[in-house]
Design a protein around this ligand. Structure first.
Ligand SMILES: [Cu+2]
Length: 318
């Protein structure tokens, strides 16, 4: 059941199957109820000779059977839907991360290799892609009907979504959250390509301004420029000298113990908050001396800084 819309990702196929199952189950209930209404309408219409005298005996077996049957069918659909929903929001660990910043009224995309594009997103087919998204101004919504995905893109935090395209092709991207006068123009193209074509596109297809630099190496430049290195060491190895600051290598994905006793996972959200609101979560054993960089680094620089932090591998000795 595609309603003329291609199901261009692996999950889109299953989303369609779930919708079809829901429609069929609902149609069966509808047919039963309206069918009975129709039958009784004709059978017992005014003046019909049908005997009306003896009401039939109530059967508990019948009551229990139909209640259980409908419960199981609809509960089964619920479990299926909940499971699919969870899978839709948990990207596989090997997903390729691509960064997206929404703003009035465009989508800015940056690939890990530093390739940038506007209102377009090139991806390889057959490989899970995770989008890490944020907004520079108001709430937008990243929606690709052919992929059956849709996610609000909020200022001040990261939202992620993932998909795996099935076949090469171009698919429409829409902003589906009314975001101002230019909302209707906030569209774009998702271009799914074979892996070799994608590599080729990464190497040649992008119009570049200046020397091309990967996101993490651009992030390292920012790390030096904003003085992070002064406290955290030139390569994020941490420092124990005049200022004591934690090592950042190997931090991503790790568990961090905070001064209030809580333990949090160092994901994209945590790294972002550590840079913008360092007072909120203090690493256990350190003084809250890190300044906030809110207002100094913009969303795109922040993503590059984070890409750099993620690229730092843990020390052997750790
Ligand atoms: Cu928008």
């Amino acid at each position: 059941m595609s309603l003329g819309l291609p199901a261009a990702t692996t999950d889109a196929v299953e989303v369609d199957q779930l919708i079809l199952a829901l429609v069929l189950a609902s149609a069966a209930v509808l047919a039963l109820v309206y069918g009975l209404i129709l039958i009784y309408m004709f059978r017992y219409h005014a003046g019909s000779q049908t005997p009306r005298g003896q009401p039939s005996l109530k059967s508990w077996r019948f009551e229990i059977a139909w209640t259980l049957a409908t419960l199981l069918v609809f509960f089964g659909l619920f479990v299926w839907g909940a499971d699919l929903y969870v899978r839709l929001f948990q990207a596989p660990a090997d997903a390729l991360q691509i960064y997206i910043v929404g703003k009035q009224w465009m989508w800015k995309v940056e690939h890990p290799g530093g390739q940038r594009e506007l209102n377009a997103l090139h991806v390889p087919v057959g490989r899970p892609i995770q989008l890490v998204m944020t907004s520079q101004d108001v709430i937008h919504d990243f929606s690709v009907p052919a992929f059956r995905i849709k996610r609000d893109v909020l200022p001040g935090r990261y939202e992620t979504i993932w998909f795996q395209a099935r076949a090469p092709g171009a698919y429409h991207l829409f902003c589906t959250q009314l975001c101002g006068a230019g909302h209707a123009t906030m569209t774009g193209d998702i271009v799914a390509m074979t892996a070799p074509d994608y590599q080729d596109w990464l190497a040649h297809g992008v119009t570049q301004t200046g020397p091309q630099e990967s996101m993490s190496s651009a992030g390292h430049t920012l790390f030096m420029r904003y003085g992070c290195s002064g406290c955290h060491g030139a390569n994020g190895e941490g420092s124990g000298g005049a200022v004591k600051a934690p090592a950042l290598a190997g931090l991503y994905g790790d568990r961090v113990k905070l001064s209030n006793g809580a333990v949090v996972k160092a994901d994209d959200r945590y790294l972002r908050d550590s840079i913008l609101t360092p007072d909120k979560e203090i690493v256990a054993g350190y003084d809250p001396i890190m300044p906030s960089f809110a207002g100094q680094v913009d969303e795109e620089q922040l993503m590059r800084l984070i890409a750099y932090l993620k690229s730092l591998k843990p020390k052997e000795s750790k």
